[in-house]
Design a protein around this ligand. Sequence first.
Ligand code: FPP
Length: 245
Amino acid sequence: MAVPQIIPDKVPKHIAIIMDGNGRWAKQKGMPRVLGHRSGVKSVREVTEAAAQVGVEYLTLYAFSTENWNRPPAEVTALMSLLVETIKGEIRDLNKNGVRLLAIGDIEALPAGTYKALMDGIEKTKNNTRISLVLALNYSAKWEILHATRMLATQAAAGTLNPADIDEAAFENVLSTKGIPDPELLIRTSGETRISNFLLWQIAYAELYFTPVFWPDFGKEELLEAISDYQNRERRFGKTSEQLG
Ligand code: FPP
């Protein structure tokens, strides 16, 4: 396949990815599911570097949802260990490559070791400016929206916020993605065509891209293909084609 051509000034600032298919990838090869997750880490590395190379500023990855706690306990434990091991092991390379680590989700409720490794990774990479890698961990959009609502309601009940002043900006200020621009492109791998409780507020105008490729097989070429597809779409934001000129 020819390398997809990317138009530099039409690269999305923020790409969000639902990394799916690790388990099926492993099963297809007769391997345990956890080896699929391990191979998925390679894709995380390759896709982060490729995104930075083309000028993407934020890459958000759905690494663990609030619903993923319902998986078999051994898989949950393996995923948490893999996260700790990966974050600890990658800090040097993240700094070498200018990657700032961020996290969204109910991260304080993560197991203590995972929380600590994550906070340490965030602290040690905080001055990097080439790309921000946002890990969605113990995240779900419904959790995030409820949490934001509770914060605003608390302020209103305390008399420090007038309910009439709750506009989009005020709401966005209490989301976990505060300060992060909305993704222009959302990718889901593995052939599933669902949003699965991911960034529901933030993807209001995102372009959606679904690919049958399993996450461990998704690399630089597949990312460029998705960006190229995005660049061929007409983003109307409620207007007509004619109005866009
Ligand atoms: C989805 O595949 C993948 C996950 C729930 C976990 C993603 C985690 C990683 C790639 C490893 C750690 C990541 C970072 C950011 C260090 P699935 O298990 O749902 O696959 P299936 O649908 O085929 O069962």
